[in-house]
Design a protein around this ligand. Structure first.
Ligand code: NAD
Ligand code: GLY
Length: 380
């Protein structure tokens, strides 16, 4: 792995806010990326006015950042309410979604009320779904506080909750008005969560931008050390790639599915282990290793690229060996993967690297998928 940063990383640190636009006609919105944004009233100056803003957060993030956000929003909204959900993927369900509707109704919130999702992907997905459905839709803003949420989940309008039989099975496409990626909040992120976020950063390289893959390899020590300049570039480039894909295929008629690289195997790991055992990013990291192995066995990439990706995932602090889910391990993976949203008439679809730097979505022979699972998972 290269030890010095390539020239694509700006030499002089500049943390002036960066801006990436999601171009979706009347549903277009900016992503702002920088330091000190969350608590700055100016960040929110262009948002629609309303009598009430509701911040939806959780019991971990709210004590850290809700007060600054509340203060900033008070410059624009006469009433700023805060709801703290319990923390964790295990609570991304109907019962806890209902708590958001309970709060909105109990406080007499009208259809102009603006919701602010302050937290990681769990809070963002739930708050977004609540915003999509409360009074048939109210404005919402994403204030992502994990790296994973800044580079992926807060952008592009996918909102959802889990069902015990499948991940993110109930939800809506619903775009936010604004995404605020304040890099300062990443300082308090546990190391394991930082690594989980790096999985979604790494994802963009093999499927969309090999130069970015080179950059991530070189910048990995800086990213793990939370160097603000490196984080800023990682968030910005990830958002640019996601914006480009979402701008062409908002509702995943085709192209957008490539952003699911590693997720077919990954979602099986998450559901098979029980939500919250493996972090989403950990499952995606390991899932990318499995998807690369499948791409290689299908002759789409060479062994060197699959090995390179595995080394990078491991160096980012992520697991590269899949867990055993059952005695008939491959059978259980296949059963879970059939529930994936990309499946059609029970046929599992995989995002494959094809060719390096781009991706294709297609089925693979079951026998080959079984071989990949056997090769990539812990043995009995
Ligand atoms: P998460 O929301 O559970 O956050 C991870 C942990 O970090 C939580 O304990 C949280 O409380 C804590 N945390 C958050 N910000 C913190 C901070 N700044 N300092 C300290 N602790 C902090 O997990 P995640 O990885 O952000 O998101 C995963 C979820 O996102 C999954 O449910 C996944 O399905 C979803 N997702 C959605 C999309 C999408 O397009 N909508 C894309 C990818 C992932
Ligand atoms: N995270 C995949 C997508 O937004 O489509």
């Amino acid at each position: 792995m290269a030890s010095s940063l390539p020239s694509s990383l700006p030499l002089a640190p500049s943390l002036a806010p960066e801006r990436v636009n999601i171009a979706l006609g009347e549903r277009s919105y900016p992503i702002v990326i920088g330091a000190g944004l969350l608590g700055d009233a100016a960040t929110y100056a262009q948002l629609p006015g309303a009598a009430t803003a509701l911040i939806v957060s959780n019991t971990t993030v709210a004590p850290l950042y809700a007060a600054q956000l509340q203060l900033a929003l008070q410059a624009r909204y006469p009433r700023v309410l805060l709801l703290q959900l319990p923390d964790g993927e295990a609570h991304k369900d109907w019962a806890h979604l209902q708590l958001i509707f309970d709060a909105l109704l109990a406080h007499g919130c009208d259809r102009k009320t603006v919701l602010f999702a302050l937290g990681g992907g769990v809070v963002g997905d739930m708050c977004g779904f609540a915003a999509a459905s409360y009074m048939r839709g109210v404005p919402f803003v994403q204030v992502p506080t994990t790296l994973l949420a800044q580079v992926d989940s807060s952008v592009g309008g996918k909102t959802a909750i889990n069902h015990p039989l499948g991940k993110n099975m109930i939800g809506a496409f619903y775009q936010p008005q604004l995404v605020v990626c304040d890099l300062d909040v990443l300082a308090t992120l546990p190391e394991r969560e930082l690594s989980a976020g790096l999985a979604e950063v790494i994802k963009y390289g093999p499927i969309a931008d090999l130069a970015f893959l080179d950059w991530i390899e070189a910048a990995l020590p800086a990213l793990l050390a939370r160097d603000p300049q490196a984080l800023s570039h990682a968030v910005k480039r990830s958002c640019e790639i996601k914006a480009h894909v979402v701008g062409q295929d908002e509702r995943e008629a085709g192209l957008r599915a490539i952003l699911n690289f590693g997720h077919t195997f990954g979602h099986a790991i998450e559901a098979g282990m029980g939500y919250g055992q493996w972090l989403h990013g950990e499952a995606v990291g390991c899932g990318m290793v499995m998807a690369a192995e499948l791409s290689q066995r299908l002759g789409l990439i060479d062994a060197a690229l699959a090995a390179r990706l595995k080394r990078l995932v491991q160096a980012a602090g992520l697991p590269v060996q899949g867990p055993r889910l059952a005695e008939d391990n491959a059978g259980r993976y296949l059963e879970l993967m059939r529930l994936d949203k990309k499946s059609e008439a029970g046929e599992i679809k995989f995002v494959l690297i094809d060719p390096p730097g781009s991706a294709a979505v297609r089925a693979a022979p079951n026998a080959l998928v079984r071989q990949v699972i056997d090769a990539c998972c812990a043995q009995a």
